[in-house]
Ligand binder design. Sequence first.
Ligand SMILES: C[S@@+](CC[C@H](N)C(=O)[O-])C[C@H]1O[C@@H](n2cnc3c(N)ncnc32)[C@H](O)[C@@H]1O
Length: 264
Amino acid sequence: MDIIGDIAIVKIPRELLKYKEELGKAVLDTQKKVRAVYQQVQPVSGQHRTRQLELLAGESGTETEHREHGCVYLLDVSQVYFSPRLSHDRKRISGLVGSRETVVNMFAGVGPYSILIAKERPHVQIYSIDINPRAVWYHRVNSRRNKVYDRIRVLQGDARIILRESLVGMADRVLLPYPALSLESLPSAVEGLKTRGWFHIYFHSSYARRQEEALAKAESMVSSRLQNIDVKVLEVHAVHVREVQSRTSQVCVDVELNKTASRT
Ligand SMILES: C[S@@+](CC[C@H](N)C(=O)[O-])C[C@H]1O[C@@H](n2cnc3c(N)ncnc32)[C@H](O)[C@@H]1O
């Protein structure tokens, strides 16, 4: 179960589906801040990474206000992606950002990484990109609500194109928080980087026995992809973000790289 604002989203195993109304009511009765319980009918899907939801209990309405690390996010859980499970990682990334950096967030959603960074680092400049117009709309609302509107430019479109056309050589740091597209977006991310800087690359990595295997595999995968596009890796470190299925971790690979060292 995920609780986003005052909405609970539950995934019910097939064998328990016949009890879904009772389960919904039980969640509503036991979780005092929850106003509505929705069942996630299918996995998060499509280009916008949205969920199909069915109301099980409580008042209908999928827009809510979620609080995290002192920031507030308005969002519609049926129209945009949001996961409270990434909260810990958002704080970790924000802690890595230098005080006067330019950051590009290629897959920004409603802004939870970008807004936290802008709030904690008053002199950063952030470019947040998302292809989903609803996510962009909520991100702009959230930037205003959290009083960081002057530090974040929110752009709508395909991040790979926007980086190549409008943000060449701008970033000290590029966030790629979308596992399905992060690795194939590396060439565009390199275009957006100054000569030297950091990437934070999210993807899924499986392991046979120990989580550390997934991390080692992820580090060598990123290093070899970057070497293939002629970029020098200065430092690489993978972090476990969350377990996404049995023996598969969502990892974030933090990598520092230099564009000119191997290109000259
Ligand atoms: C997994 S979500 C991550 C959202 C956000 N970083 C967060 O943690 O809430 C991926 C996001 O990428 C967006 N997206 C998908 N393809 C894209 C593309 N080609 N360019 C920019 N954004 C894209 C989706 O609309 C979605 O909001």
